[in-house]
Design a protein around this ligand. Structure first.
Ligand code: ZN
Length: 336
């Protein structure tokens, strides 16, 4: 797919951001003048500013000059934009070589698995639910969606197809290589390397957060509530009780446990996709590397799983629950 880009990708300049256009001013009403018709007294709505990242050092909006080689805040903190289009916004820290190695393996396995075209039905269900939730949310402009924990972008690419350019899409993940893969394949979205509990976005700035097979509890959940506008939606995709049960048995993993907090309680909407898919070859090998309970399995179990890969693959249960939780006034900051 050729890289695609849209006008909203250009971040607003710091000088003009938020300043109302002259034509947007409400008309001045003199005490003795005849009242104009009601319609002419209403100021036209301001164009919705594009979603932009915030500086991880000071929290101010990040803006980009043209061409956008870097993002810069009003205090002069600057961040390089990679050639793939993403930006690194994690606070500086010492690299843990084991963590880096793990992240790289995971990113490569994910890319390889999703390139095989597997598990299309849960991605279709997520895309349909995001469309429904955004339509029900009544955004006053092109809806803004954050996919937190976007990995190598499989869900965002599906959302891109669904939106056909009508949504502002943004993805964040702590895995640097995965974000690079994601940005390389989808130029129509913004990507940042960032932690889920410290998102580089303003309070109340997004209409929906999608968390698909990624953390969504504790401080991460609190951060989602911060960046969502009142009336925004948190959409969570999780494995159901029978998801990959065949792998779970072969790996000798602990029984499935219900998810905590949001996904367990009340929600605006709930849908469940249950299907069987045959997975084999590189796709199965990649899936094994992506699956935490397989990685944690004892060596003899892993060897047994490897024999399944070599003998032609297996049929797997795909069981995914998508739940939507609407955030009302009192959380999520002010709408913008
Ligand atoms: Zn700054």
């Amino acid at each position: 797919m050729p890289p695609l880009s849209f006008a909203w990708l250009a971040a607003p300049s710091l000088a003009t951001r938020g300043a109302p256009a002259a034509s947007a001013r409400p008309p001045r009403l003199g005490a003795h003048s005849r009242s104009p018709p009601l319609d002419s007294r209403l100021a036209p709505p301001l164009p919705r500013p594009a979603l932009h990242f915030c500086c991880p050092s000071c929290g101010l909006p990040l803006s980009s000059p043209s061409p956008p080689h870097e993002l810069r805040c009003a205090r002069g903190h600057s961040y390089n934009v990679a050639k793939e289009g993403h930006v690194h916004l994690l606070p500086p820290s010492r690299a843990d070589p084991l963590r880096v190695q793990h992240d790289q393996r995971l990113a490569k396995a994910s890319r390889s698995f999703w390139e095989s075209g597997g598990f299309a039905s849960p991605r279709d269900a997520v895309a349909a639910e995001v469309a429904r939730a955004l339509a029900a949310g009544g955004a006053d402009g092109p809806p803004r969606l954050l996919n937190a924990g976007c990995g190598e972008g499989a869900y965002l690419r599906r959302l891109w197809e669904e939106a056909r350019g009508a949504w502002q899409l943004c993805g964040t993940d702590e895995n640097k290589l995965a974000v690079r893969y994601a940005a390389k394949r989808l130029r129509g979205a913004r990507f940042a390397v960032a932690a889920p509990h410290r998102l580089p976005l303003e309070a109340g700035s997004v209409d929906a957060v999608l968390s698909a097979f990624a953390p969504a509890v504790g401080p991460v959940r609190e951060e989602f509530l911060r960046v969502l506008r009142p009336g925004g939606a948190l959409i969570v995709a999780r494995g159901g009780s029978t998801h990959l049960e065949e792998l779970r048995r072969l790996a000798g993993a602990a029984p499935w446990r219900p998810p905590k907090e949001l996904t367990q309680g009340f929600g605006e909407n709930y849908c469940r996709v249950r299907t069987k898919e045959r997975v084999e070859g590189v796709a199965l090998e990649s899936l094994l590397q992506m699956t935490a309970f397989v990685r944690d399995a004892p060596p003899e179990r892993q060897a047994a799983l490897q024999r399944v890969v070599e003998s032609g693959g297996m049929e797997l249960t795909v069981d995914v629950i998508v739940s939507t939780h609407r955030i009302w006034l009192g959380t999520g900051g002010e709408p913008c």
